[in-house]
Design a protein around this ligand. Structure first.
Ligand code: ADP
Length: 364
């Protein structure tokens, strides 16, 4: 049973326990009302009797119990109406708060200061449910906004330049350079769109995946070397030195998935390095773990940025927008979760960044 299920089971147990205490509280309350009604009736009866307010006709064995029972019923009902409000009013408020939630207002909260402890627990769990729903809603809206923005920008640009070229077909208003520039932009933006779609598909696929399939045995060092070769065009264009220190390590996992993680991390190290900088990659066994360090001597990141880099669509420097879409590290994070790996980042603005991935030895 995973942690989430265990947590749920604990929650349910707590609720059952709280339901039992609520039932006990309710039984005690009814008993209290009955005893109070009996005592009040008896006291009123004794006072009236001592003051000679009760006619002797009412003292017959037939009438007396009827009077007492009726008095008890009236007094008990009045008491129940008063005491019941303590139970009913918070529940009524809870029902209308639930209705608000149903209509999409996730800002509604209940007071946790009722006189009955169990009701406070109920209110607390309602409030935490509303907190969760509000956070999910915010996250969803944020995601949808970023998603539509990321898709819309290249499409608008492609459409604009394609229309210019269309007009040019009829009126020949563009120079050769302009025509080349516009077609270049269209090709470039289409590439960006294609990369974005493929990243979204990859992320969605990994997010919906709970178990890792297609595990095979392969050499990690070999896989990293191949990734570096794949990125050769990028690092040679920017005269970046690659420094590899890779121990020979056999690993058992989904090869394609892990390759995607190295591609994103090494790709970033190259992308965010200064021209002529160095990217250092180390892979070794350490304390029952396999440690892969990917360091660059690039621009680095502040603490504030570090907190957000694994968020979907987050990009610190939008001038790099054409080369990325802010999904690379979200994909890395998900792969690390599926691989039971730990991922840490150390970074200093102006000095560089090191991502460390600690994989479990077995590759489970
Ligand atoms: P992108 O597509 O922009 O690379 P990522 O999800 O891969 O998206 O990274 C998110 C952001 O994290 C980047 O835009 C950048 O600001 C920051 N970042 C990631 N890796 C590095 C690095 N090695 N050095 C500096 N900043 C980095």
């Amino acid at each position: 049973m995973n942690n989430r299920l265990r947590e749920k089971a604990r929650e349910t147990n707590k609720r059952i326990h709280s339901l039992r205490s609520l039932r006990t509280a309710y039984t005690l309350l009814v008993l209290l009302i009955l005893v109070s009604a009996g005592l009040i009736t008896a006291s009123v009866y004794i006072i009236l009797y001592t003051l000679d307010f009760i006619p002797s006709a009412a003292l017959t064995p037939l009438i007396l119990p009827v009077i007492v029972i009726f008095s008890c019923m009236i007094i008990g009902t009045l008491l129940a109406v008063f005491v019941g409000k303590l139970f009913i009013n918070p529940l009524r408020r809870l029902i209308s708060a639930n209705e608000e939630i149903r209509q999409g207002n996730f800002k509604v909260r209940m007071s946790e200061q009722t006189v009955i402890g169990e009701l406070n627990n109920l209110m607390r769990s309602f409030n935490s449910m509303a907190d969760e729903l509000e956070a999910t809603e915010l996250f969803r809206n944020d995601f949808i906004n970023s998603f539509s923005h990321e898709f819309k920008t290249p499409i608008v640009s492609i459409r604009g330049f394609a229309r210019q070229l269309q007009k040019d077909n009829e009126r020949h208003i563009l120079t050769d350079e302009q025509r080349k520039e516009y077609t270049d932009i269209i090709a470039y933006e289409s590439d960006r769109l294609a990369r974005l779609s493929s990243n979204i598909l990859t992320l969605t696929k990994f997010e919906n995946q709970q178990i890792v399939t297609d595990k095979t045995e392969f050499y990690l060092d070999e896989q990293i070397r191949r990734t570096v070769l794949l990125l050769e065009k990028q690092w040679t264009a920017r005269e970046i030195n690659i420094d590899l220190e890779l121990d020979e390590i056999k690993y058992n996992f989904n090869e394609e998935m892990l390759a995607q993680m190295w591609l994103n991390l090494i790709g970033n190290a190259i992308k965010f390095s200064h021209r002529g900088g160095t990217v250092r990659i180390r892979c070794r066994k350490k304390h029952e773990k396999i440690c892969v360090d990917i360091s660059d001597s690039g621009e680095g990141m502040s603490e504030e940025i570090l907190h957000k880099i694994f968020d979907k669509f987050y990009q610190c420097d939008t001038s790099h927008k054409s080369e990325g879409n802010g999904l690379g590290l979200a994909i890395v994070k998900r792969i690390a979760e599926l691989a039971n790996a730990e991922i840490t980042v150390k970074s200093e603005p102006g000095k560089g960044t090191t991502f460390t991935v600690k994989l479990p030895q077995s590759g489970e």
